[in-house]
Design a protein around this ligand. Structure first.
Ligand code: SER
Length: 680
């Protein structure tokens, strides 16, 4: 018989991971043999590290080889901004382009999902997270994958079976895929009750590819029943927002490859790809309301709250805003630690967008002096074991954040002044006002939308978009006008086939005339000396301005007729438009007539030299100022070149001298020049 002191603490194992400490107070009752107990239950949380260890242990025991995780910056994959899933860095295993060391693999991969940015602030979406991943490459398929998933969740993590639901693919005729009846059967066989298996369409249960193209397939996902919200009844609505939280994509059944033309082809072999968000799993296993209570995020969130409270005496931000700061500051640190600089396009736009959102939150809440450095340092220290880059890049992360936020604060100060003024008069931001804010003051449109939604205002998005479109049209036209003098709308030449470019191999070439326009738009084969012409040919050796290098100059010749070409433009569809003046001849030039195209070779040589010099200059700058230097633009002309690059400081006189010396040293090396024409 258990002998209990008046108050004692008993450790009860609930599942392998949750430890309940039950405090028992023994009170004397009717007689000495009976007691009344009052229990106070304290839970000791399962940590993220424990979950990571359990996951890897389980899959390693099942013969999965633990492989190293990759950086969040994709390698050799221009179609993807960031690694967004555990399988992204190893997708060549699924196509057969590369062979893994073992057909069964597992690891834990940091991921960034920019697609969820607008969901952040709810209980379980994050812009960055750690994905627990396991894979079978041309090895086991659906049955074993499902059995393993169920075993891990119920036997290993001891999640009560009645809390688990699985979704399976309901089929799609366009893709030529039937309902995944097998997956259903295997779940049942594993022990999942029939009423807990839900069929869903391709939006929910077809996964991938990670980017535009690549391996993909129907999947089966596991959900945890939080018990709150609308209960699922067979065939009814499955509420994945409130009640059922997705905890594991327990099997993407890789069998298709999406091609660049949008079609699907069968992969040569089938594979399984699974992935579970660690933060979500930690939330569910600990019975938390949100991922922000887990040991990965709660300390950051608390730090933010304390920092505000210390200064202001109250928090003054909504829970949603604090969650956004918590999520974003962690993700920003991760991206900046990979030396991605905030910028206006591509990868760099993501840290820019996240930093701006953080600044917007503190400034609209009048917390202008919020100490971001303190929080970022905390994040970096907390995660430096998991992300080795953090320690070495701490300074860089802080300085990049400071630079970006300082610039944006200036923009936002003026923008907020205007927005607050609009708000004091009306609850609608007109398209005109939004347009003015974007184009004159540089306030990003999504920040205006955020402001509006936080202030219960509406934005006339339609009118804004119209204005922006018109503005773009006008600038495009004036651009073409100024470059083209004669008001030629280049894109109208797209009715012709793309011009074959022979200028890498030849300085002169024979070609056929496809079209000649005189003074902008008149088509005639009766030309006069001095006419300004736009000539389209089937092929050319004249380079059209692109990549910063100006166009070739030269002549188009047919007998006595000589057109001096002073500029060449390329349309979006690669039709070359030769702009020139008829200098001599009788002007009788017919369509389909053969002509000789000749470039000014001396001039081209000087352009080529300057083009090479741009690359030498870039290399010298990287040698002197470090590998962070990259090209932001360039102009290559006959006598000058311009090279734009990222650098925040002044370039001193002696730096200039070093750059010059380095470039000249490269030139003096007199490296042998080779030309090889390769396919793109
Ligand atoms: N690639 C799948 C996902 O990201 C499984 O990991 O959901």
């Amino acid at each position: 018989m258990l002998k209990i002191k008046r108050t004692s603490l008993i450790k009860v194992l609930f599942s392998n991971c949750l430890v309940l400490y039950v405090e028992i107070h023994a009170l004397p009752c009717y007689n000495n043999t009976k007691y009344v107990f009052r229990g106070v239950i304290t839970m000791s949380a399962i940590t993220a590290k424990e979950i990571r260890d359990k996951f890897l242990n389980f899959f390693q025991k099942k013969d999965h080889l633990l492989i190293e995780n990759a950086s969040i910056i994709p390698k050799n994959d221009p179609t993807l901004l960031f690694i967004n899933s555990g399988m992204a860095p190893i997708k060549r295993f699924f196509t057969g382009e590369e062979r893994p060391k073992s057909p069964r693999l597992c690891n834990i991969q940091p991921c960034i999902r920019t697609i969820d940015i607008d969901e952040i602030g709810d209980k379980h979406h994050l812009t960055s997270f750690q994905m627990l991943g396991s894979w079978s490459i041309n090895d086991y398929f659906k049955e074993k994958a499902i059995a393993l998933a169920y075993e891990f969740l119920t036997d290993y993590l001891k999640i009560p079976k009645d809390k688990l639901y699985a979704t399976v693919f309901s089929g799609d005729s366009d893709m030529g895929l039937d309902e995944d009846i097998e997956a259903k059967e295997y779940w049942e066989k594993a022990g999942m009750p029939k009423e807990h298996i839900v069929s869903c369409g391709k939006d929910d249960n077809f996964w991938g590819p990670t980017s535009e193209t690549g391996p993909c397939g129907p999947c089966t996902e596991v959900f945890y029943d939080t018990g709150k919200g609308k209960e699922y009844v067979l065939g009814g609505e499955f509420d994945t927002k409130e009640r059922y939280i997705e905890i594991w994509n327990a099997g993407v059944f890789m069998q298709l490859n999406k091609n660049s033309d949008g079609t699907y082809s069968r992969l040569e072999f089938t594979s399984v790809d699974t992935g579970a968000g660690l933060e979500r799993l930690a939330m569910v296993l600990n019975g938390y309301e949100s991922v922000y209570e887990t040991d990965m995020l709660a300390p950051i969130k608390e730090k933010i709250e304390n920092s505000i409270q210390e200064k202001k005496g109250e928090i003054g931000l909504s829970q949603r805003q604090i969650r956004i700061l918590t999520d974003h500051l962690r993700t920003i640190s991760l991206i900046l630690s990979e030396k991605v600089k905030p910028s206006n396009e591509g990868r760099g736009y993501i840290p820019r967008k996240l930093i701006r959102k953080c600044i917007m939150i503190v400034m609209t809440s009048r917390l202008n002096d919020f100490n971001f450095d303190e929080i970022i340092e905390f994040v970096v220290d907390k995660y430096s074991e998991l992300y080795p880059n953090f320690k070495e890049c701490k300074k860089l992360i802080l300085s990049e954040f400071a630079k970006e936020s300082c610039q944006f604060k200036k923009v936002l100060e003026k923008g907020l002044e205007i927005l607050n003024e609009i708000k004091s008069k009306t609850s609608k931001i007109s398209g005109e006002q939004a347009f003015e804010l974007v184009t004159t003051y540089g306030v990003p449109f999504d920040i205006i939308m955020d402001y509006a939604s936080n202030s219960g205002m509406k934005v006339d998005e339609g009118e804004f978009k119209d204005k922006l479109e018109r503005h773009k049209e006008i600038s495009k036209k004036s651009d073409v006008n100024s470059q083209n003098e004669k008001n030629i709308d280049l894109e109208k030449f797209n009715i012709f086939p793309p011009t074959i470019f022979k200028g890498y191999e030849d300085n002169e070439t024979k070609a056929s005339i496809l079209n000649i326009l005189v003074n902008g738009d008149k088509q005639t084969d009766n030309l006069k000396i001095g006419d300004k012409l736009a000539v389209i040919l089937d092929c050319t050796c004249m380079y059209a301005e692109s990549g910063g290098q100006v166009a070739d100059e030269g002549f188009i010749i047919n007998g006595e007729n000589k057109i001096r070409i002073y500029d060449v433009k390329k349309t979006k569809k690669d039709v070359f438009v030769h702009l020139g003046i008829l200098e001599s001849g009788d002007g009788n030039l017919k369509l389909k007539e053969k002509v000789l195209v000749k470039i000014d070779t001396e001039r081209r040589k000087m352009l080529a030299n300057n083009h090479s010099a741009v690359h030498l200059l870039q290399s010298a700058l990287r040698e002197i100022f470090g590998k962070d230097i990259h090209q932001c633009g360039s102009k290559v002309e006959q006598k000058i070149l311009r090279f734009d690059f990222n650098y925040d400081k002044n370039i001193e006189e002696n730096d200039l001298f070093r750059i010059e010396k380095t470039v000249n040293a490269y030139i003096r090396e007199n490296i042998e020049q080779k030309t090889e024409i390769k396919s793109l």
